[in-house]
Write a protein that binds this ligand. Sequence first.
Ligand code: MN3
Length: 222
Amino acid sequence: MKKVFMLLAFTLFVGGQAFAQYSLPPLSYGYSELEPYLDSATVYIHYNKHHQGYATKLNETLEKYPDYKNLPIEDLLDKVNQMPAAIRTKVRNFGGGYYNHNLYWSLLTTKEKSVMSPALVDSINANFGSVERLKDYLEKAASSVFGSGWAWLVRADDGKIKLLYTANQDNPLMSKNKAKPILGIDLWEHAYYLKFQSDRQAYINSLWEIINWNKVEELMKK
Ligand code: MN3
């Protein structure tokens, strides 16, 4: 019996070594807990197929690059433009996809918990004029990004909160003018098509109801 345990422990150990380290953070809600704003089938497929796919492909890409594969994901993305050409585009797409989705899921919560603190409202008012105006800006992202991409709220070096868009799985950590993401909205069709078909604006409207504003505030302060 003891031998079986030792064999099991050994297998797990070796297995652990074989898998690179980028793995999916668990969701803080059940697949159906964002209903009716985001349907459980979309959450399930988006997390288990798309997000997992980016992590798996990132791990495969970095298998033979020990200098890179143990870096925290933010540091990896920070270095993406200096990487060997053989892996640069893959790290951009898969590493970007991995990081962006980690952030996206952490920025959603149940309707009950989607509440802005007075301090956050003050900060939004100072940066955008009003909460309604921020919502308008985000809705405009529906028509501002052609094809697949992301809408971001970022904190720039000067401390200002800004809205920007990136294509594909790019994000503000990789761009020349680096900025700290505090809200990331996935504008790929796979994020909304099952429930909203091609109505991206309806998706953003719906997502607004389940944003984890506590997390936004936390990222804003960091
Ligand atoms: Mn996605």
